[in-house]
Design a binder for this molecule. Structure first.
Ligand code: OOG
Ligand code: MG
Length: 259
């Protein structure tokens, strides 16, 4: 028998809490069911006292799509417990196989609610108009599936591998965001490099991309939300005792340590 949405949510939630790897669900799950599982996990976390902050996008760059063999933009959720201050030390105990990746983070100044019948272009424009700040950031992702392998519905159900994130200094938005060089360093050595244009050809495209998924899967877009735009390079495995940081042209370096 196929497990219910609630049962899948409980299993994935437990795996996220304990850092356990599960078998993939494979083709048994539709994308709509996967977003329902993700929403049920969000509800469980809210019931435990976490605060929903905002959405994160995944697979907005070719580097990430190629690394993971997936080719559609996905959206997950961020909570206060996932956020770490810049320069924090993250214990990798209790994580399955964490990886780090460089992110752009936009901030919504006010709630954005879709009008009845509104399309993604219009909602995307309103999302960009609502954005008052942008920062460099990094995300620690950790798939709860064995060997970091999954189908598109699998990874959506697992909250798009979301685990922890760090946001650097905010700068006012609008500001030019196209063609900014980015590199990720681990212990001072460059481990990946790219450009902000890795995000959908131009990072401003994330607003329409987010709007499209938000309209289809009922994703809330609240005031103050940090919006992770999706990694600009492939992700790199993290080990205890490392220092990882992101250098984005025009922004202060932002990083974390592991233990
Ligand atoms: C899914 C997470 C994707 C991004 O920035 O593309 C993501 C994964 O790679 O496991 O967060
Ligand atoms: Mg990411």
């Amino acid at each position: 028998m196929t497990p219910s949405i609630d049962e899948l949510a409980r299993r994935l939630d437990r795996a996220q809490e304990r850092g356990e790897a599960l078998e993939q669900h494979g083709d048994g799950l539709s994308l709509a069911q996967a977003y329902a599982v993700q929403a049920a996990i969000k509800q469980l976390r809210i019931e435990r006292g976490e605060t929903f902050l905002g959405p994160k996008l995944g697979f907005t760059s070719r580097a990430k799509m190629a690394q993971m063999g997936v080719d559609e933009v996905i959206v997950g959720f961020l909570t206060d417990r996932m956020q770490l201050a810049p320069g924090s030390t993250l214990s990798l105990a209790g994580l399955v196989h964490p990886r780090v990746e460089p992110e752009l983070v936009f901030r919504l100044a006010h709630d954005v609610v879709a009008e009845p019948g509104e399309d993604a272009v219009s909602l995307g424009r309103r999302l960009e108009d609502a954005t008052d700040a942008v920062a460099a950031g990094l995300e620690v992702i950790d798939s709860r599936y064995r060997n970091f392998r999954f189908s598109l519905p699998d990874v959506v159900a697992d909250n798009t591998s979301a685990c922890r994130f760090v946001v650097g200094d905010w700068q006012p938005y609008p500001r030019p965001m196209s063609g900014l060089a980015v590199s990720m360093l681990v212990d001072g050595h460059q481990v990946s490099a790219g450009s902000s244009d890795a995000i959908l050809g131009d990072p401003r495209q994330v607003f329409t991309a987010l709007a499209a998924v938000a309209l289809q899967h009922d994703i809330p877009l609240p005031a103050g939300a940090p919006v992770l735009a999706g990694a600009m390079t492939e992700a790199v495995a993290l080990q205890p005792g490392q220092q990882a940081s992101v250098q984005l042209e025009g922004f202060a370096e932002v990083g974390l340590s592991t233990r």
